[in-house]
Ligand binder design. Structure first.
Ligand code: ADP
Length: 447
């Protein structure tokens, strides 16, 4: 087992990882920018190293400084959290070259999944169902027309190097297609430095369903069930739940089994998420994230398994603590992402939290790094906390969520709490009847 883990992140996820390390009796080092000197994870860590000024590129993305912090403190492993360097293959390679363990998959696996064309090709080879579309990059107009006619309109053009929901164009007819192809290519080139684009069938009303997987790096793969993350705004997840209200036990076991086998065949190590669009009973792979996800706590709630413990165990060579048949799903869990944003316009609302009171009681978990008197810096994303609620079934979970939202107090700044108080009373949400466009339509109708 590791002696000392360096946590290369900030905010709630840095605290989340720190807690796991403490439970496992592992020493902790955190790195932070000058803007985060007062953060909770910095206060609670065994050691901390200031690695630079507020902008991420000078601190949390500064590989050189982070490796130096490992060497100074004698850390033998790095947990990257999510975002920042968590899916940076070069970072994983550099740590390996310094004999420091990256708590995550190999640089090569990160690289494959980071290139969406390559990821889709790999998924297909591993027997994962993919969205019908081009086999690789498309550059010629003629070829684009042929493929689109074959799969049928509407189609979506996506950037191979894309991410964060950027670089996508929908074409509803052949007339749209030519323009969409040109704009997608030039936008991808400008945004990602790579103008490779591919075409796939555009699904009209899918749900976003993702499968949590783990590999032990030695040919074993398991799945921890699915999460439904269909409630999104601008491709950003807002509310996540497990299990999905749309799946039955048979579908769950089937897609979970397909993903677990694929992970085993790939020889993958650590946590991963295989994301699908789901429509009319069919799953369509869209991408794989090679890291811990923001929404991992809903999976922990229904399985009772600490996924960060598992990540650390696997990375240290100790293997997974559970076999597939030992992973049981109990009850229902929902996560609300609480952002420091105006609940209507979603403009960021940094500033000082004058009062912070979190709900409690059975089935309630709050993952947050903030406290009363904490000043939210304006430099980073606006997530200030996650409320995760567990109940024996979805109805109990929703009742408990409504109560917990009423108890939650964040004063001094604006937050998205009022949005969740509205959602929890909505009939479609109560019935679990929503697709990936539901939330944006709801927000547009409210205006
Ligand atoms: P990114 O890496 O940028 O997040 P994804 O491939 O995961 O890109 O897609 C992001 C979102 O775009 C999906 O959650 C979905 O809302 C939409 N999307 C992607 N592909 C399709 C498709 N073939 N049909 C319909 N919507 C899609």
């Amino acid at each position: 087992m590791f002696q000392k883990i360096l946590i290369a992140n900030r905010g709630e996820i840095a605290l989340r990882v720190l807690r796991a390390c403490k439970e496992l009796g592992i020493q902790t080092v955190v790195v932070h920018s000058t803007a985060d000197a007062d953060a909770m994870h910095v206060r609670l860590a065994d050691e901390s190293v200031c690695i630079g000024p507020p902008p991420s590129r000078d601190s949390y993305l500064n590989i050189h400084q982070i490796v130096a912090a490992c060497e100074i403190t004698g850390a033998d492993a790095v947990h990257p959290g999510y975002g920042f360097l968590s899916e940076n293959a070069k970072f994983a390679d550099i740590l390996a070259a310094h004999n420091i363990t990256f708590i995550g998959p190999s640089g090569d696996h990160i690289r494959i999944m980071g290139d969406k064309i390559e990821a889709k090709r790999t998924a297909k080879r591993l027997g994962i169902p993919v969205v019908p579309g081009s086999d690789g990059a498309v550059t010629e107009e003629k070829e684009a027309r042929r493929i689109a006619a074959e799969i049928g309109y509407p189609v979506i053009i996506k950037a191979s190097a894309g991410g964060g929901g950027r670089g996508m164009k929908v074409a509803r007819s052949e007339a749209d297609l030519v323009v969409a192809l040109q704009t997608a290519r030039s936008e991808a080139g400008a945004a990602f430095g790579d103008d490779a684009v591919y075409i796939e069938k555009y699904l009209e009303k899918p749900r976003h369903i993702e499968v949590q997987v783990f590999g032990d790096g030695a040919g074993r793969g398991v799945h921890f069930g699915e999460r439904d993350c269909s409630l999104q705004r601008r491709h950003q997840k807002v509310w996540e739940e497990a299990p999905s209200p749309a799946l039955n036990a048979e579908e769950r076991a089937h897609i979970g089994g397909v993903c677990a086998r694929a992970i085993a065949d790939l020889g993958y190590s650590g946590a991963g998420t295989i994301e699908f669009l789901y429509e009319n009973g069919e799953f369509y792979f869209i991408e794989m994230n090679t890291r811990l996800q923001v929404e991992h706590p809903v999976t922990e709630a229904i399985t009772g398994i600490d996924l960060v413990h598992e990540q650390i165990r696997v990375a240290s060579g100790g293997g997974l603590s559970v076999r597939q048949e030992e992973i049981r799903f109990q009850g229902h869990a929902i996560e609300c992402r609480i952002n420091a944003e105006d609940p209507r316009s979603f403009t960021p609302s940094p500033g000082t939290i004058t009062h912070f009171h979190t709900p409690g009681g059975l089935g309630i978990r709050v993952d947050s790094g903030v406290y009363s008197g904490y000043k939210i810096p304006p430099y980073y994303d606006s997530l200030i906390g996650k409320l995760i609620v567990h109940g024996r079934n979805r109805v109990e979970c929703m009742m408990r969520l409504r109560r917990a939202l009423d108890e939650f107090v964040v004063d001094g700044i604006k937050t998205t709490l009022p949005l969740f108080r509205d959602l929890v009373g909505n009939a479609d949400i109560a019935n679990g009847e929503y697709d990936i466009h539901w939330l944006e339509k709801y927000l547009a109708d409210e205006d």
